[in-house]
Design a protein around this ligand. Structure first.
Ligand code: GDP
Length: 479
């Protein structure tokens, strides 16, 4: 431990020295272990310790029950494509003028807060289910309630079922919003009947799941939906201690001209203030500004539990799902971030070796050639880039002779740049995927000269489909 402290963390420790908590965590993480609120040490089953440690991945002082105060529910909208998720997000936003106007804002809105009957509700728009599940895999459960949107004229579809599974696995309660009730072909009863085969029993069917019949397009019955959300929130008894140093979760991060890295984050507990020093995953920083996600411009002095906020002041770019924890001093924050970087570098080189061994074994064992389709992924926000990358990495095609997989060379937020084209030019056949982003003029020109395809998408399935068909060609080239 002393050797590690000295050589890896630069702490000149002695046998009898006391260490601050951050250094302790850095040591534990340095030895490849994870610090959590292990049940072994937690014999009275106490929700709070699980929350503080597991979700944030960091040991913090547990909050005394008496310090907990009610906090707004954090809501995510899920459902099948075209059933009205975006329309609903926009419509709810419009019910509350304080939430700002939906129009005129070009920046992707990841989250906002509305006030309903004097009570606040936080809405988070996670880019696709993948991001929702990714975050959960990392222990960052940010959602308290899922609104399951089902179109009354279309009923339960594949992604409706996926959403149900997703919410169930996360242990998050659902409120059903039967949308498009303005249509003549609307049949809410049929929707509720279909839902029973997924064990979702609404009140009319003798169950307890709350339902609202709405029209996002016409703004009908949205107040009822918000009432049901508050009712569900009351059942969940959501609480946090606002009077302590803050812990938040990064939802997405991007670079904005003039501001540097900006991360939309959700405060889980405590109150985040301008000037706070923090560590967030493998990076750290000092809060230079807090910007309201509602309008993207109002500066806030502080943000309490369940408040979504844009944080300015990062040294590097954090990843979606990274826990952000306020620290006492900058040195400790940096030490922790740097030691995490080192550890993840070591791990990825170890997993690279393993992959190499796997692929050698596979190609010898099965006598199959391994081929790769190389892509660069650029997207409007980091979370989307990550979600798309994850989906692409899962693709695999094979026949008797060969196996084709996808190699993602770059996955990040931002427009397609000259550098991206340069990276793509190194490996012939590389495709640049631009998701909801453009390419700079210079990049387009370079790509044209070097004959490197830049493909533009705004729908994940389209991007995946196109990559799959290219993989098929690599697998069995048409003569
Ligand atoms: P998403 O893919 O789930 O985000 O769905 P969108 O919000 O993009 O909506 C898909 C389509 O359904 C759009 O053409 C909307 O105008 C339409 N739509 C959404 N809500 C309603 C509604 O309440 N009534 C009707 N008639 N159409 C709606």
């Amino acid at each position: 431990v002393i050797k590690f402290l000295m050589t890896d963390l630069g702490v000149m420790a002695t046998m009898t020295q006391s260490l601050d908590p951050a250094t302790c965590v850095a040591v534990v993480e340095g030895f490849g272990k994870i610090v959590d609120g292990n049940d072994e040490y937690d014999d009275d089953d106490d929700e709070i310790s699980e929350e503080s440690a597991l979700e944030v991945g960091f040991v913090t002082q547990e909050d005394d029950l008496s310090t907990l105060k009610p906090r707004p529910p954090v809501v995510t909208i899920m459902g099948h494509v075209d059933h009205g998720k975006t329309s609903l997000l926009d419509a709810i936003r419009n019910t509350d003028v304080t939430a700002g106007e939906a129009g005129g804002i070009t920046q992707h809105i990841a989250s906002y807060q509305v006030e309903h009957n004097g009570q606040k509700i936080t809405f988070i728009d996670t880019p696709g289910h993948a991001a929702f599940t990714d975050m959960r895999e990392r222990g960052a459960n940010i959602t308290d309630i899922v609104i399951l949107v089902v179109a009354a004229d279309d009923g339960v579809k594949q992604q409706t079922a996926d959403s149900i599974v997703c919410a169930r696995q996360a242990g998050v309660p659902m409120v059903v919003a039967i949308n498009k009730c303005d249509l003549e072909t609307a049949d809410p009863t049929k929707v509720m009947t279909e839902l029973t085969s997924y064990d979702i029993l609404t009140e009319e069917f003798g169950g307890e799941v709350l339902v609202s019949k709405i029209s996002a397009k016409q703004g009908t019955n949205l107040g009822d939906l918000l009432d049901k959300i508050m009712l569900q929130a009351e059942i969940e008894d959501l609480k946090a201690n606002p009077d302590r140093s803050a812990e938040a979760i990064v939802i997405e991060a991007y670079v904005e001209k003039g501001l540097g890295t900006v991360a939309t984050s959700l405060v889980k507990k405590g109150t985040l203030k301008v000037g706070d020093i923090f560590v967030a995953g493998e990076t750290y920083g000092k809060v230079r500004a807090l910007i309201s996600t509602n309008d993207g411009k109002t500066r806030l002095d502080e943000a309490g539990p369940s408040v979504p906020v844009r944080i300015v002041g990062f040294e590097g770019i954090p990843s979606a799902g990274d826990p952000l924890v306020v620290m006492d001093d900058e040195q400790t924050a940096r030490t922790l971030a740097e030691s995490r970087q080192r550890i993840s570098r070591e791990r990825s080189s170890a997993s690279y070796q393993n992959n190499l061994m796997d692929s050698i074994a596979l190609s010898f064992g099965a006598n199959k050639e391994r081929r790769e389709m190389c892509v660069l992924v650029k997207a409007d926000v980091q979370g989307t880039a990550e979600a798309l990358t994850r989906a692409l990495r899962e693709l695999k095609l094979e026949n008797d002779e060969a196996i084709v997989s996808v190699k993602v060379l770059v996955s990040e937020a931002g427009e397609v740049s000259k550098t991206d084209v340069a990276i793509a030019s190194v490996t012939p056949g590389t495709t640049i995927i631009a998701f909801n982003v453009a390419a700079s003029m210079a990049a387009m020109e370079d790509a044209r000269v070097q004959n490197i395809p830049i493909e533009y998408y705004s729908i994940v399935y389209d991007a995946i489909e196109s990559v799959e068909s290219r993989m098929q060609e690599i697998l069995s080239p048409t003569p």
